[in-house]
Design a protein around this ligand. Structure first.
Ligand SMILES: Cc1ncc(COP(=O)(O)O)c(C=O)c1O
Length: 405
């Protein structure tokens, strides 16, 4: 029920109201009506028992994404990058599917081990590790880890002699939203010298990894990286070092908007699968998907706590913001589609978080109906890089409670 009068509604600008646009939207909406109704019924049901903000994590979606991945890339063993969302129930659900895990620290390693992950189904995929964390890996018998520089090799050989090391190479991250090659990866020309160095230090160089950049919409990043990796395998073989692990990293994209174009996992997987034929059947091929598994599982449900008219548009203040579960706007460079349970003509509006910081603004151009205090604003596909990077209690606002269904 409306709890507050409309403030200066006449000054809010209606969006494109042309019939053709509306007709197109009606068609698309009709196709998605089933999904929308299901999600909105779930939100309404959960609102009866819970205060907002809350994040619903759907196990069914996690399993669906896991199966899509396995089907699209049957030779590739996924190691879920838990940094995307380390919630215990997500890890347990993926464990039940026999998934492996990519951990970035000893903290993450302990977390997955405590939930039942086996050490040989874990890769310590941070090319820069503290000595303490390497020792923790040795004690836990997590022996596969990545590196991309010589200094790291000395550290690993000192604290974990015989560790299985995977060289991460630098590859193109063109069109990826988060460009990880800016910070990680050895130049491919340095690959063989580094692999030889690893061997000479008493480590076991087992393979090559790369990361095409997160939310990587450019299939060429993967195809070229696989070709580079195959060349390194051949060069290492010539030097008497046989490699047998290819780690194609993460980066597999998901749509954040309904009908978003340029994202087709199945088509992408088909080409990657084909390109991987260059490796024989004795090669273990693995990947480190994060967003692809956790993203679609999450639905964030917030409510409007206040509204104002400023800068020629309605501003709606939500009870979750960039310091909490919308942290992906900052750290993941993510843009979200804001949806409302309320229907009606849409207006360009601003959405902001609850803190006293003006930086805590979520969108200046959200296309939403006129809203009232207590109205629901929800976002789909927000399970990754959201609650995981939320700040505990900035301005006294806690991140959303997670509800697993
Ligand atoms: C080493 C490593 N592996 C895997 C991932 C997961 O990437 P994504 O969520 O894009 O699949 C990341 C993300 O930062 C990463 O740094």
């Amino acid at each position: 029920m409306p709890t507050q009068p409309i403030e200066e509604p006449s000054r809010a600008k209606p969006l494109r109201s042309k019939r053709a646009v509306v007709a197109g939207r009606v068609l698309v909406n009709a196709l998605r009506a089933g999904e929308v109704n299901g999600i909105e019924a779930l939100i309404r049901a959960k609102m009866k028992q819970n205060h907002t903000p809350f994040m619903i994590i759907r196990k069914s979606q996690l399993i669906k994404q896991y199966r899509r991945f396995r089907k699209g890339l049957p030779r590739v063993e996924p190691f879920y990058a838990i940094k995307a969302n380390p919630h215990p129930q997500i890890i347990k659900t993926l464990l039940e599917q026999n998934c492996g895990f990519d951990v970035a620290s000893a903290g993450e390693m302990r977390h997955v081990l405590s939930l039942g992950a086996k050490p040989d189904k874990i890769i310590f995929a941070n090319t820069i590790k503290s000595a303490e964390d390497i020792i923790a890996a040795r004690r836990a018998r997590v022996r596969m880890m990545t590196f991309d520089n010589e200094s790291e090799l000395y550290k690993i050989s000192e604290h974990y002699p015989g560790a299985h090391v995977v060289l991460r190479i630098k590859v193109d991250n063109d069109l990826s939203v988060v460009k990880l090659s800016m910070k990680f990866g050895a130049d491919p020309e340095m690959a063989v010298p580094l692999i030889r160095k690893a061997k000479s230090l008493g480590l076991k160089p087992v393979g090559v990894s790369f990361h095409a950049g997160s939310q990587s919409k450019n299939i060429e990043n993967y195809l070229q990286a696989i070709e580079l990796t195959a060349n390194i395998f051949a060069q290492a073989e010539e030097q008497g070092i046989s490699l047998n692990v290819v780690d194609v990293g993460g980066g597999f994209p998901i749509p954040h908007f309904d009908g978003e174009i340029g994202i087709n996992f199945e088509r992408m997987a088909q080409q990657i699968h084909k390109q991987l034929r260059v490796f024989d059947e004795n090669t273990t091929i693995m990947a480190e998907p994060g967003r692809f598994f956790a993203g679609p599982a999450g639905i964030l449900v917030t409510q409007v706590v206040g509204r104002a008219f400023r800068n020629n548009r309605n501003y709606y203040y939500l009870n979750d913001g960039v310091y909490q579960d919308f942290s992906g706007i900052v750290f993941d460079q993510c843009k979200y589609e804001f949806k409302t349970l309320r229907r009606g003509k849409k207006f360009l509006s601003a959405l902001a978080g609850p803190t006293c910081d003006s930086f805590d603004t979520l969108a200046l151009d959200a296309e939403i109906p006129e809203l009232y205090v207590n109205d629901v604003v929800y976002v789909k596909n927000i399970g990754a890089y959201s609650s995981a990077s939320a700040v505990a209690n900035f301005n006294g606002f806690a991140p959303a409670k997670i509800i697993i269904v």
